[in-house]
Design a protein around this ligand. Structure first.
Ligand SMILES: C[S@@+](CC[C@H](N)C(=O)[O-])C[C@H]1O[C@@H](n2cnc3c(N)ncnc32)[C@H](O)[C@@H]1O
Length: 389
């Protein structure tokens, strides 16, 4: 049975392009500790954020809630027949994504099986290995720039090190091409969609699963002048300047332009923390907080230092302010997660040209209209117990 390596090479934002400063000793000088499952960040989350107005939306200590999440992920992983040594960043993000779609691998019909699968930017390879385990009849190839995949893998799973922005050299067609959490990784998404089209057999499917920006908020608790929105706008601007925009909302347009048919887009809300009342979304929020909190610093450093010329210290101050609001359960923000798939027509041959991705203006915080669930209510605010009580 394969085990999954520990790696930090997973983030909803493109940390993989981070320069060395992200790992420099100075990065440990960040004023606060990331809220990964191994780093307790309960104070900011449970007290500081709520202290501003004297109450807190949720009163479960962060450490306790992560312990319970850790049990649930272990149960989930054993259920799926794989033993994990630790909850790495890659595993954590994979867990949130899988939880979002009720334990499925994808939303397209290839969830039920495929013959030959290509996983673009496979990272730790966790998705490719789970798919290969679930479908022994499928041949699954995971491709990545970095050799961070484990050595012992299911016999029908293979990893290749390659740059997907260069020419694809596979000779035999695939019937399923999968691409997850790659927003901000490519300079030309259109060319990736076209290559996927060209390397699929007629009737084959392409599915992309990605985070979009700007984030959404349905009730005005995230404001345009907040540190969190400022942080997000600067990250969007810098990635655009670097020619690697976060543009998950473009997958649908690009797939349609390239010639895919029945292109279907489903957008889910990933709450920024445990602010929702509904248990599934509270859990999703807890996981997405653990995931984003640890990704915040590395995913901000490279774009802002390289794209906008900020200094390391300036970035650290911004990250610290944004992190406080990321953890604040009184701010009901969410990350929109795009799941988009389309089918190559039975008479499909060559892809059509696709357009350039336009610059996306973050504008002001607002609801993302088609995101699910349409109504996501926050946990009712509770008054803090006073000493006298
Ligand atoms: C955020 S990770 C996503 C990992 C994986 N898809 C998942 O969802 O678990 C992005 C991955 O894309 C890889 N990557 C980025 N640009 C790439 C390229 N041009 N060719 C191949 N892999 C690339 C990175 O090395 C990294 O492992």
């Amino acid at each position: 049975m394969a085990s999954i390596p520990e790696t930090s090479a997973a983030s909803p934002l493109p940390v993989d392009n981070v320069d060395d400063t992200a790992n420099s000793p100075n990065s440990s000088e960040a004023p606060d500790t990331p809220a990964t499952p191994d780093h307790d960040a309960d104070d900011a989350d449970d007290h500081e954020a709520g202290d501003d107005d004297g109450d807190s939306a949720v009163d479960v200590p962060f450490r306790e809630s992560l312990t319970s999440l850790r049990s649930s992920i272990m149960a989930y992983q054993h259920e799926n027949g794989r033993t994990y040594h630790a909850m790495s960043a890659g595993n954590l993000q994979h867990h949130v994504l899988t939880l979002t779609i009720e334990g499925n691998h994808c939303l397209c019909p290839k969830n039920d099986g495929a013959k030959r699968v290509l996983d673009l930017g496979t990272g730790t390879g966790i998705w490719a290995m789970e798919y290969a385990d679930a479908h022994p009849e499928a041949e699954v190839i995971g491709v990545d720039l970095s050799p961070v995949q484990p050595e012992f893998v299911p016999p029908n799973c293979y990893f290749e090190i390659d740059d997907l922005e260069k020419e694809w050299t596979w000779n035999r067609p695939f019937d399923f091409v999968f691409c997850r959490m790659m927003a901000g990784s490519f300079s030309d998404y259109g060319s990736i969609v076209q290559k996927a089209f060209a390397h699929l057999e007629p009737g084959g499917y392409f599915e992309a699963q990605d985070m979009g920006l700007p984030m959404g908020c349905d009730d005005g608790t995230l404001t345009k002048d907040s540190d969190f929105w400022t942080w997000m706008s600067l990250v969007m601007e810098s990635l655009q300047k670097m020619g690697r925009p976060i543009a998950a909302q473009m997958w649908k347009v690009l797939m349609e332009e390239a010639g895919f048919e029945d292109v279907t887009e489903t957008v889910y809300k990933w709450p920024t923390n445990r602010w929702p009342r509904e248990p599934k979304y509270k859990e999703l929020g807890q996981w997405s907080l653990a995931n984003m909190d640890s990704a915040l610093e590395p995913s901000t450093l490279a774009p802002l230092t390289r794209g906008l010329g900020w200094t390391h210290d300036e970035v650290m101050v911004l990250v610290s302010k944004a992190r406080k609001q990321l953890r604040d359960p009184n701010i009901h923000a969410y990350w929109p997660m795009y799941f988009v798939h389309g089918r190559k027509p039975l008479n499909g041959t060559e892809p059509n040209p696709t357009s350039q991705i336009p610059s996306i203006d973050p504008g002001t915080p607002q609801p993302i209209k088609n995101a699910l669930p349409h109504v996501l209510e926050p946990e009712p605010r509770r008054l803090k117990k006073t000493q006298a009580q």
